[in-house]
Design a protein around this ligand. Sequence first.
Ligand code: PRX
Length: 648
Amino acid sequence: MMCSLWRGSSLTLNSSLNRRLFKSCRQLGRSYNIASCIPEAVAFQGVSDHSGLYKLSVNESDRFWGAVARQRLSWISPFHTVQNCDFSQGKIKWFEGGKLNVSDCINTHTHHPSHPFISPNFVDISLHRQLLELTCRLGNLLKRQGVRRGDCVTLYMPTCPLAVASMLACARIGAAHNVVFAGFSSEALADRIRDAQSSTVITVNQGVRGGKVVDLKRTVDQAVQNCPSVQQVLVAMRTENTVAMTDRDVPLEEEMMKEDVVCEPVAMDSEDVLFLLYTSGSTGKPKGLVHTQAGYLLYTSLTHRYVFNYHDGDVFGCVADIGWITGHSYIVYGPLCNGGTTVLFESTPVYPNPGRYWEMVERLGINQFYGAPTAIRLLLKYGDEWVQNYNRSSLKTLGSVGEPINTEAWEWYHRVVGDGRCPVVDTWWQTETGGICIAPRPSDPGAEIVPGMAMRPFYGIKPALLDTEGEVLSSNDSTGALCISQAWPGMARTIHNHHQRFTETYFQPYPGYFFTGDGAYRSKEGYYQIIGRLDDVINVSGHRLGTAELEDVVVCVYMFVVLKKAVAVQEDVLAQQLREMVSRSIAKYACPDFIQVVRCLPKTRSGKIMRRVLRKVVERNTDELGDLSTLDDPDSVHEVIRGHQRLR
Ligand code: PRX
């Protein structure tokens, strides 16, 4: 017998009832009973509107999160303490004493065994019941192969049902997963396997992306040569092509089919590790951020429900890759926890043509579409017809994530993709935050939206802007370092094996606050707009990279190259070699678009590269170079400007 740990709780309202409720809420304006729109509010008597509920969530955080956790999660044993957090030590603990199993978020939905789970390319695994069976077989296989509670399994897989089942199988048996984006090079993969000390890796023979076959198993073979901890590699067959198997390799499907379809979920402590996810920091070494069980699950399911106005029966289409936090939180944990139909997208937005996303929206009846500005910017260049060829009447909410969405892209997304009737929600968050922290309509489906702004904090999120002296900027219409002043359940707990780096990075820059690394502007109305990173982290096509990581190989993504005097080499040959180096050592997406050879870089007298000056040159904002008084060699800037003009 499988025990069902996840109650459908508030989300068991059927979808037509829910829709009716929301419609009448809107018609009534703000005088409605909030509990009928936000079932969580039932627990809080006296709260009558969204802003009241938000205030309660930050002012009486224990009361808010305690009630929501009791209502939304099914516990094997109840928690005794809502939170036990101390930013000065980087101590974050939620729901201590509680026991649960997050993979069981799919279990309660076995009362909808034929409820769809996913669709596009995988007709064979498309129901919640099938996902559960797959998860259990895999869980049993992992146990047979010696994986134990507390171990960490590395996944190097494309976004496919087996990858989701592998994540959930780890969760079911109490192992942590470490998903590595399947576009990373073998060196980057090896670094992450070594840091996580995984003995088991799960991969596929080959991936298929944008019509191209990618030899993922070969990359794993190269990586594990330098990973002594690895004892076995489970290999699934994504394509029909056979690949060389060694003694270390286990044919996944074949072995899995020998296993039982029942696998008892292990009772995990709220603060046991659910997964590691590596992300770039401002030093060369990626950080293995640690997320734990109950708080993460609660936060992703709550944000998924309210930020996107998701309802039971909706089809949720997040087109991210499961190798990033967006995929973890809004392809897997949030939607599945809410019993939702979640779409897995394995391709690129322009394959086989730029109508790919919208064809999928029509075919699958997607209600919420969640993507990255970089893809939107790319697609708008192909014109409106690719969108208009398809019926998008199912769409209700359009989401954006990963980088600022510029006005042109926002307008196009809203006007063309959403036919001017779907709200666009620009969601700000990070690998570290676990789930969305700032978004236009975190609860109120009728709230005003300002284009290109993340706007409003989610429940329990209390943002603060601090100036360079560490003083809180209390008035509106100010710009400063974006910090969060109190803990929330979805936040990362530590950096794997480097707790000191965790406290130094996030809690020491502004004592008493979690520092996000981003700068933000708070408008006159009190809405937040993200300005960009304040540290040496850069965003390339929505992917996060540390400049130091790139500097291990070369200087920058718009790459300025300083040659040693003795080197005489043609610039195009050099550019080719540098691109190959970046691709080999990091990933293809990190390759620079422009490579400019310069005699020297603009540096301060103390030897620091003035990146802001380089950035302005590249942006062609040479009127805004700012204060150059600390520059060591003023000619260096003019040379960079002249070289840049030649290159463009
Ligand atoms: O700089 C912010 C940017 O992406 C960073 C987080 O990257 P990562 O951990 O890879 O997670 C990306 C997906 C959640 C942030 O520090 N960022 C994320 N969302 C936005 C954003 N910048 C502007 N607007 C956003 N909506």
